[in-house]
Design a protein around this ligand. Structure first.
Ligand code: MLT
Length: 405
């Protein structure tokens, strides 16, 4: 009789956003006349931009003709897209990343999970707390996280780095030495950013202790402040210790299209000299058949002058929402963080309410959906995340309803 991977049984529950979806569906079924405003999952709501739509149409048309038809894509991504990425995302920063260090994927989530395949199960993982749950759960699923303790809501073999009001929601260097450090800035869920100098401390630390940083940079487009880095590779030495993940989801609205990329620099080597770039190339060849030509052409269009202008407008739309949430809630007496370099606002629940208690309260009284902070880890308890990914009118209506409760 076959046996299954027992690590799955150790997971304490299902995916946070699936849980929220179920709760909201139950509420909607019981209250069909209520208008729910969803500011929970960070899913974009604006349509794709005209330049992207045209590229999708043109690429589809190419597929209809034998001379321009494309079969299996390249495992690492099309050269035209990797060239645009290098030229637009890194060269303007003065960062020298080669096309053969870019691996195109279907969005940051899969790679943030799959990257754990190339590291030893003996490696110790460090994560921020609160944290995007995928980092921890996927390490747990492959057996690297140890055992889950429901009392502390922590895994025995994971180093948690609390990000609290006390430390400005920035992790401190851990006492116990990690091998793999997950960092996400601008941060999901707190919406807080890290400065170049602060990130340099992590790069220097990782090099000193021989750790690798997995840097989730999915929210880069929302950076507004000059001292916030647009890539970890702006920090000298980062190419020797960091992998960076980017996504087209939150900037170009590709959550439903699916496109992202991971940078694995050639200078990044394990303690015994193995190149992570070669290992990741092998991983992709063995486990991935690339991203469809049509979608990669849409990604290339994002980097054209017109595509870039449209993307900036899209991001500005959500930034305006974020500013409205931040000022509206602050006026209403809430203590809020994030929202300046990020589409996420991290607010303190009122009157010491628990995160899930506030979730239910907000759903029932204001018909507004957000994400309970504790769903991102124990240090998220007492906090709540709202996203700016709605329509401006709905955001104003949500604020109005929240002010009245
Ligand atoms: C979030 O809401 O935290 C993310 O958008 C969810 C995801 O990307 O999986």
């Amino acid at each position: 009789m076959f046996e299954v991977n027992q690590n799955y049984a150790k997971l304490p529950g299902s995916y946070l956003f699936a849980n929220i979806g179920r709760k909201v569906s139950a509420y909607t079924a019981a209250n069909p006349d209520k208008k729910i405003i969803r500011l929970g999952i960070g899913d974009v709501t604006q349509p794709l931009t005209p330049t992207v739509v045209q590229a999708l149409k043109d690429a589809s048309e190419e597929m209809a003709h034998a001379e321009t038809f494309h079969g299996y894509p390249d495992y690492e991504g099309a050269a035209f897209l990797r060239k645009a990425i290098v030229e637009r995302d890194f060269q303007p920063l003065g960062v020298d990343i080669g096309m053969d260090e870019i691996f195109v994927n279907d969005g940051a989530k899969s790679d943030s999970s799959d990257l754990s395949d190339i590291f030893s199960l003996n490696n110790k993982v460090a994560v921020c707390d609160p944290v995007y749950p995928v980092y921890v759960n996927t390490n747990a699923m492959c057996g690297r996280a140890g055992d889950y303790d429901p009392a502390t809501e922590r895994w025995s073999n994971v180093i948690y780095m609390p990000c609290t009001e006390g430390n400005g929601f920035l992790p401190e260097l851990p006492r116990e030495t990690p091998d793999i450090i997950y960092l996400c800035f601008p941060n999901n869920p707190t919406g807080m950013a890290i400065t170049r100098d602060q990130l340099q401390v992590w790069v220097d630390y990782a090099r000193k202790v021989g750790a690798v940083i997995i840097y989730d940079n999915a929210y880069e487009a929302y950076i507004t402040e000059d001292d916030v880095p647009h890539s970890i590779y702006e920090c000298p030495g980062a190419q020797e210790c960091a992998i960076e993940m980017r996504s087209f989801s939150k900037n170009a609205g590709f959550t439903g299209v699916r496109l992202g990329y991971t940078v694995v620099p050639k200078a990044l080597k394990s303690s015994d000299g193995v190149s992570l770039n070669s290992m990741w190339a092998t991983h992709q060849e063995m486990k991935f058949n690339g991203v469809s030509y049509i979608i990669q052409k849409a990604g290339e269009a994002v980097y054209t002058p017109q595509g870039r202008a449209e993307t900036r407008q899209l991001v500005a739309f959500y930034q305006k929402n974020a500013a409205a949430i931040l000022s509206g809630l602050t006026e209403a007496g809430y203590t809020c963080y994030g929202g300046v370099n990020s589409p996420y606002i991290w607010l303190k629940t009122p009157n010491g309410m628990g995160s899930w208690e506030f979730f239910d309260f907000l759903l029932n009284t204001a018909n507004v959906v957000g994400t309970p902070g504790s769903g991102f880890g124990p240090s998220g308890e007492g906090f709540f995340r709202l996203t700016a990914f709605g329509s401006y009118e709905n955001i104003l209506e949500a604020l109005d309803r929240i002010k009245k409760i």
